[in-house]
Write a protein that binds this ligand. Structure first.
Ligand SMILES: O=C(O)c1cc(=O)[nH]c(=O)n1[C@@H]1O[C@H](COP(=O)(O)O)[C@@H](O)[C@H]1O
Length: 288
């Protein structure tokens, strides 16, 4: 077993334990300009760092999973990325499971660079998991998936995203190969499910998750909740995009227990002093 994996264990196992000990609430850390202003912070690199660190402080002991949005730090250039590295390290030091929302996706050889940046044990932006786009072909991610597994990290692969304009592309029918006849979204789910088989036998979760927006109807994308056995489901779209935390069961059916219900702006908006209360209320609304 590679040393890094031996140290922290498999991502899916750690995630399953975190959900069992807390809930699947995933707190999105998205430093938008208006939210920074709401916490009396400047929209610059220092501001996004302080915003991220305060969000991590509010999350600690209240939620198990956080998801910093990379672009909202990156927009402040090198200093913004340095701020992001600090926030990621603080979140991991606090024992939170950190999903970096990078949405990277490239040809396989280039994906090695992203792995070195985000998921290797000694990566400058080391995270527990990253979001990846499979729309250059799921196979283009196979090296990144293997490399994440070697360091005990995970990946979340976009399947049915929360934005309505993705629907045409993601419901297109695959015409050749083993997924012939499936929608592209369902084919990505099937690939993730294949990675989860061993974990299902252990009563755990796989290291390859999918992203399915809480705003979509699974059946419209050719996905059945039962297709998701053992697959962690990152589900953004709660709060600002309209989905309600209390509806996780009706949206995801039998897959509800492995859903990471993600909300950013709705939890971040409002006074910093009340952030803890908002997180506690969201946890109660989500339930177990
Ligand atoms: O991968 C994501 O995190 C993601 C996928 C998706 O389908 N939809 C989606 O909204 N997201 C991200 O989830 C967050 C949603 O933010 P709120 O709408 O403020 O809760 C943003 O950071 C989005 O980039």
């Amino acid at each position: 077993m590679p040393e890094a994996l031996a140290e922290r264990g498999r991502f899916g196992d750690r995630l399953a334990a975190a959900i069992a000990a807390s809930t699947g609430l995933c707190f999105g850390i998205d430093p938008h300009p208006a939210l920074l202003a709401g916490w009396d912070l400047a929209d610059d690199a220092d501001g996004v760092r302080d915003f991220g660190l305060r969000a991590v402080e509010g999350a600690t002991g209240r939620v198990a999973i956080v998801k910093p949005q990379v672009a909202l730090f990156e927009r402040h250039g090198a200093a913004g990325l340095a701020a992001l590295a600090e926030v990621l390290a603080a979140a991991r030091a606090a024992g939170l499971i950190v999903i970096a929302d990078t949405k990277r996706g490239d040809i396989g050889s280039t994906m090695d660079g992203y792995s070195a940046a985000w998921v290797d044990a000694d990566a400058p932006f080391a995270s527990d998991a990253v979001t990846l786009s499979p729309y250059l072909g799921f196979g283009s991610l196979s090296g990144a998936i293997a490399r994440a597994g070697e360091s005990g990290a995970g990946v979340f692969v976009l399947a049915a995203t929360s934005n309505p304009e993705a629907r045409d592309a993601q419901t297109a029918t695959v015409r050749t190969g083993q997924h012939r006849g499936r929608t592209l979204a369902a084919a990505n789910v099937a690939e993730a499910a294949a990675h989860a088989r061993g974990a299902v036998e252990r009563g755990s979760l796989g290291d390859v998750g999918v992203v399915i927006g809480a705003t979509v109807r699974l059946l419209d994308y050719g996905i059945e909740p039962a297709d998701l056995a053992g697959v962690p489901v990152l589900a953004p779209g709660f709060g600002a995009q309209g989905a309600r935390l209390g509806d996780v069961r009706s949206i995801f059916g039998v897959a509800a227990p492995q859903v990471l219900a993600s909300s950013s702006r709705e939890l971040l908006a409002g006074p910093l002093a009340e952030l803890g209360d908002r997180l506690v209320a969201a946890t109660a609304e989500l339930g177990r």
